[in-house]
Ligand binder design. Structure first.
Ligand code: NDP
Length: 491
């Protein structure tokens, strides 16, 4: 495994890249759009250098992250037990004297239903190996990432082949299912055990990649505290050959697996009741839209904060391998294990639910592509890529923006004229519908939206703090023009 990092050894190449790509000039991108590619100013470089060093602890420091590393798996087991064995209701010890027996009962559920087996281990491992193999061999769309300050503003190339891999995975799953080599319902039937395997991988990959980055001197922005650095990660752009592991893990495991869990739930209902409920079909649609959005717009992912700023640590790895697929799916698990009468809606209820999802999805998809494509245009590497579906207003014509002293430009058109994080709002509304789909039958499926709002508010705070440090007065001006964070007039 090699990681791409700028800690020495490649200066000449970096300088060439910098000179050829970021000098002041007008470039023509694909013979169509005239763009100006620009050089980061000295002030911008100073700000970037400061931001690329560890200054203060986030997430409550070493104690805070250690607590979360222990808390995440515990919470996942607890919520799954409530969902599967206690009718989806929150449970607690009945009295002080019941505390020890309570933990005994909890442990019993884990031992009996969540112990990893060679079978579940091979299932999860097969998914990872298959997705990695596809990522290596499938042809893709080559996208240039943002200039990386720690690489002296070198840009990395990303082979965006998630869409081909996603379609191939769908065909493979269909063939495996109809030939009975692997019945898709096996996922729901072995959910607990698979979840434990996923957690194991979450921890194992975090530690292995941490040590690898330290050993190969590819670690950046390190605090020096072991637990905190494992949590935040060491490498920024870990790569295995042509595959960017962080980007691969962000899409190919969590969202693919989540969709497969939904499909598994739908087929399970069909085999049990002879039909798939509109609620389960909703989750198949919702998770399908999400993975499809990630795959069809993969070239936009290098423009997101996870890729250009967040390192590949436990926080990201555990959540990608275990947290997203095994907690965002609670409504699916509830519906796969409970009678449809418990969560049946009226026709207007279904119309409202589906309409809310589709509206939120539209805003999520188009706002993300508006900003990403704007940034690509500014960088001079935007090319139209047709993937399905392309929604109206995904690319802005003659967008307005603030020119910062750093050199980057802040978009103030499209959805970005109304709020500074329109994508977060739309994404959160989607997460809410994933709970609403079971109505009031169980509170557990609302975990995703409750957890996600906390993540988004915290993430937004961290991002704005970083942007304020990076853009100074220009950021203040931007906040004056685009007043609201999430919802115009409200927040
Ligand atoms: P953003 O897409 O908002 O990216 C933030 C960065 O974009 C900023 O740091 C800044 O970078 C740049 N930026 C901010 N405002 C502007 C602007 N007006 N014009 C141009 N550039 C701007 O968010 P994220 O990358 O955090 O998230 C991407 C998506 O991923 C979101 O929709 C989020 O909901 C989703 N997500 C989903 C999760 C899940 O579990 N479901 C978890 C995490 C994220 P710079 O410094 O370069 O200017």
């Amino acid at each position: 495994m090699s990681t791409v990092n700028g800690n020495g050894g490649v200066k000449r190449e970096e300088e060439e890249s910098l000179d050829s790509k970021y000098s002041f000039e007008n470039r023509i991108s694909n013979g169509s759009v005239a763009v100006q590619t620009i050089q980061v100013t000295n002030a911008g470089r100073e700000a970037d250098t400061k931001l690329d060093q560890h200054h203060s602890y986030e997430f409550g420091g070493p104690w805070g992250v250690a607590t979360m590393m222990a808390f995440f798996p515990t919470l996942m087991y607890y919520l799954w037990i409530c969902l599967e064995f206690y009718d989806g209701q929150i449970i607690a010890p009945k009295s002080l004297g019941d505390i020890v027996p309570f933990f005994g009962r909890m442990w019993g559920h884990i031992r009996d239903h969540a112990t990893p087996t060679p079978y579940t281990f091979s299932l999860y491992t097969s998914l990872m190996v298959y997705q990695l193999t596809l990522a290596f061999i499938m042809p893709g769309y080559i996208q240039e990432g943002l200039p990386v300050p720690s690489l002296n503003y070198k840009t990395l190339k990303y082979n965006c082949n998630a869409l081909g891999c996603w379609y191939t995975t769908l065909i493979t799953i269909y063939v495996l299912h109809v030939t009975h080599i692997f019945r898709i319902t096996e996922i729901i039937d072995h959910f607990g055990s698979l979840m434990t395997v996923a957690m194991f991988y979450g921890f194992a990959v975090s530690f292995v990649t941490y040590y690898w980055a330290v050993w190969t001197k590819d670690a950046v922005r390190m605090s020096g505290n072991f637990v905190y650095d494992v949590w935040m990660g060491a490498a920024l752009n870990p790569r295995l050959g042509s595959v960017d592991l962080k980007m691969w893990a962000e899409v190919r495991i969590p969202w693919v697996l989540l969709f497969l869990i939904a499909l598994s739930g739908g087929v399970k209902q069909y085999e049990t009741y002879g039909y798939c409920t509109p609620n389960m079909a909703f989750m198949i649609l919702a998770t399908g839209l999400y993975i499809n959005a990630c795959a069809k717009g993969e070239e936009c992912i290098p423009q997101t904060w996870d890729m250009f700023h967040e390192k590949w640590g436990f926080m990201v790895i555990f959540w990608n391998f275990a947290g997203v697929p095994f907690t965002y799916c609670y409504s699916i698990i509830y519906m796969a294990t409970h009678e449809p009468e418990k969560y049946r809606f009226s026709t207007p209820g279904y119309i409202a639910l589906y309409a809310t999802l589709l509206t939120a999805y539209y805003i999520f998809d188009s706002s993300m592509s508006q900003k990403s494509r704007f940034r690509m245009q500014m960088q001079g590497n935007y090319k139209y890529r047709w993937t399905f579906p392309q929604l109206p207003w995904g690319t802005l014509k003659n967008p307005t923006y603030i020119q910062t002293a750093h050199v980057n430009r802040l978009l103030t058109s499209g959805w970005w004229a109304y709020a500074r994080k329109p994508n977060y709002t739309a994404d959160w509304v989607q997460s809410l519908t994933w709970g609403l789909v079971v109505g009031t039958a169980s509170p557990i499926p609302y975990f995703y939206s409750i957890f996600f709002i906390c993540v988004l508010i915290h993430r937004c705070g961290r991002d704005f703090e970083r942007c304020a440090a990076k853009y100074g007065d220009d950021w203040k001006e931007y906040c004056r023009i685009v007043k609201w964070k999430f919802i115009p007039g409200v927040y």
